[in-house]
Design a binder for this molecule. Structure first.
Ligand SMILES: NC(=O)C1=CN([C@@H]2O[C@H](COP(=O)(O)OP(=O)(O)OC[C@H]3O[C@@H](n4cnc5c(N)ncnc54)[C@H](OP(=O)(O)O)[C@@H]3O)[C@@H](O)[C@H]2O)[C@@H](O)CC1
Ligand SMILES: Nc1ncnc2c1ncn2[C@@H]1O[C@H](COP(=O)(O)OP(=O)(O)O)[C@@H](O)[C@H]1O
Ligand SMILES: [K+]
Length: 505
């Protein structure tokens, strides 16, 4: 499903009205009614409802909601926070219908009066500002938002919590903290920004009859969900043999960090790889092998438990490789990573310490004739780009698209809403995962799953989006069935892959 910016939402709206011939007043009626259907599931008609409306079409939705709730026997008052002449077009039409239906509207701009109305209500419907907001929230909205947030009453936002920007790039704002938000037709970008999404509370999409398409081809962002995975994940052929499912190489680890490559290798095997070889220091092999007996091992030259040299490896005998996990950041490991980037004429995934190594070698990556996948978390992304973590979290879509295009890489910016970007600038947002994954080792497991997916017979975009989905889905199933977000650890996520694959295939 497309994730839209405000501009794209307006384009779709305009298309539906101008080319599709749908009257904007019908769209507004559809939006209001669809939201009322949701509200009636949450709110009993003995509860008193206050609808806060502003000057735009978001306020217009508010009038439709108020009228339809009134028809269903709810006690409803509309507080209009702007002067009468500010309400125009479709919103004015629906305001008049509400009046015709004997609806009560109070024109209020002093916050103390708003407070009095709030104290006599059980539920507040927030239809003040929608996706048309620009700049900082002005009065009286700012004060009203602060008052609503202070009160412990059920708050339901229409389309977007008032004050939250629809798009990325605005770090500081005053906004309603909604319990529920009913988002009109398509998800807005800010739903997937970790500093905005908490304001939405629980959210759901409501359909109002718009086409699900976007017109600006330079900003294609989609969610990746279970339906997409089921459609694209290759089934295992009855006549396959181990060579059909990829031979992968995992390079990394050190004497003090053997666990990371162990988990990457095990996760790769548990997600379908035919054969996995681990290249690491001799000292680490016994402990890794006892956890991952299915893998084979190459002992790398080492000094004090750190890899110092690359043995002669025929990279062409592998289908893909992952490098960097637990490898350390010495000069020797950095030069090994550099050599692998140049010599290995196969798809490569670079994670963790490997990302630190390549900062100065991005031009070498651009020259590669085979795909390169980078999997930074925001801290590593900051190191690679020179932006601060805050700047990255404020504009994660823009920053990652720019980086993927500029350096010709597949970029997986990990986080609550992991963003996958391809070198052409297409982007997907993963929809699985939970805070149980916020533990050391989760990223190593992801690298293993991705390595395996990269070797299965699917496009690289599908491989990476499916891999991210499967990783998060494992954590979700575990947390819902046997573990908690507290005790979940990375190796559980590997064990949980069984449930994911049994569900998906
Ligand atoms: N297909 C669709 O998309 C459909 C969309 N629909 C709905 O329409 C909504 C979008 O409507 P919209 O475009 O009228 O914008 P919206 O946010 O209601 O108001 C903007 C007004 O607010 C004001 N204002 C702006 N910034 C401000 C600030 N910082 N601080 C204070 N005030 C500020 C400014 O007014 P001004 O005071 O400047 O004259 C401006 O005119 C959308 O979210 C959805 O709910 C549905 O009806 C069905 C179809
Ligand atoms: N709160 C969260 N919600 C969803 N996914 C999360 C959350 N925290 C972490 N993750 C996921 O867990 C993984 C953590 O990776 P990373 O930071 O590299 O961990 P490590 O380096 O310790 O292995 C990423 O895939 C990330 O998307
Ligand atoms: K709103």
């Amino acid at each position: 499903m497309h994730i839209v910016t405000a501009k794209e939402m307006y384009e779709i709206d305009r298309f539906a009205i101008e080319k599709g011939g749908i009257d904007g007043r019908i769209l507004m009626e559809n939006a209001g009614r669809a939201i009322v259907d949701q509200i009636t599931n949450l709110v009993d008609n003995t509860e008193r409802i206050l609808v806060l409306v502003g000057s735009g079409n978001n306020g217009g939705d508010g009038f439709v909601i108020a009228r339809n709730l009134l028809n269903k026997g709810y006690e409803v008052i509309v507080l209009q926070l702007v002067a009468d002449e500010k309400i125009k077009g479709d919103a004015a039409y629906h305001k008049q219908l509400f009046i015709n239906f004997k609806g009560k509207i109070q024109l209020v701009q002093e916050v103390t009066v708003v407070e009095q109305y709030l104290s006599n209500a059980d539920v507040v419907i927030d239809a003040m500002l929608g996706i048309g907001i620009s700049g900082e929230v002005r009065q009286p909205f700012k004060q009203v938002i602060e008052v609503v947030n202070k009160l412990e009453m059920l708050t339901i936002s229409v389309d977007i919590p008032s004050g939250v920007p629809a798009d990325e790039g605005v770090a500081n704002f005053t906004a309603i903290k909604a319990d529920y938000t009913f988002v009109v037709e398509l998800p807005k970008l800010s739903l997937y920004l970790e500093y905005c999404s908490p304001f939405y509370g629980q959210w759901r999409l409501v359909e109002i009859g718009l086409p699900h398409t976007t017109f600006s081809q330079d900003n294609l962002i989609e969610t990746w969900n279970q339906k997409n995975v089921v459609e694209t994940l290759p089934k295992r052929n009855r006549y396959s043999h181990k060579g059909s499912h990829g031979k992968g190489l995992v390079i990394g680890g050190s004497h003090t960090m053997p666990g990371s490559v162990a988990m990457t290798a095990k996760a790769a095997l548990r997600s379908g790889s035919g054969l996995i070889t681990v290249g690491t220091v001799q000292e680490a092999i016994p402990s890794i092998a006892s956890y991952c007996m299915e893998a084979t091992y190459i002992s790398f030259l080492s000094n004090e438990g750190i890899i110092t040299g690359l043995p002669a490896i025929d990279f062409s005998s592998y289908d893909a490789l992952a490098i960097g996990m637990g490898m350390g950041r010495s000069e020797s490991t950095a030069s090994i990573t550099k050599k692998v980037i140049v010599d290995a004429k196969i798809p490569i995934l670079i994670d963790a310490d490997g990302l630190q190594h390549i900062k100065g070698d991005l031009p070498l990556i651009k020259q590669r004739q085979h795909p390169t996948v980078l999997t930074p978390h925001p801290g590593e992304m900051a190191m690679l780009t020179g932006y601060s973590v805050k700047e990255i979290l404020t504009s994660p879509f823009k920053v990652s698209k720019q980086f993927a295009r500029e350096h010709g890489v597949y970029l997986i910016l990990k986080g609550v809403h992991t963003i996958i970007s391809d070198p052409n600038g297409r982007q997907w947002v993963n929809t699985t995962g939970n805070a149980g994954l916020a533990k050391g080792g989760s990223g190593d497991v992801l690298s293993g799953i991705l390595l395996s997916m990269m070797m299965q017979n699917q496009s690289l975009n599908d491989a990476l989006t499916n891999g991210c989905f499967i990783h998060g889905a494992s954590a979700d199933i575990l947390v819902s069935e046997q573990r908690s977000k507290q005790d979940l650890v990375a190796t559980d996520v590997i064990d949980g892959l069984t449930s994911v694959f049994r569900t998906l295939i």
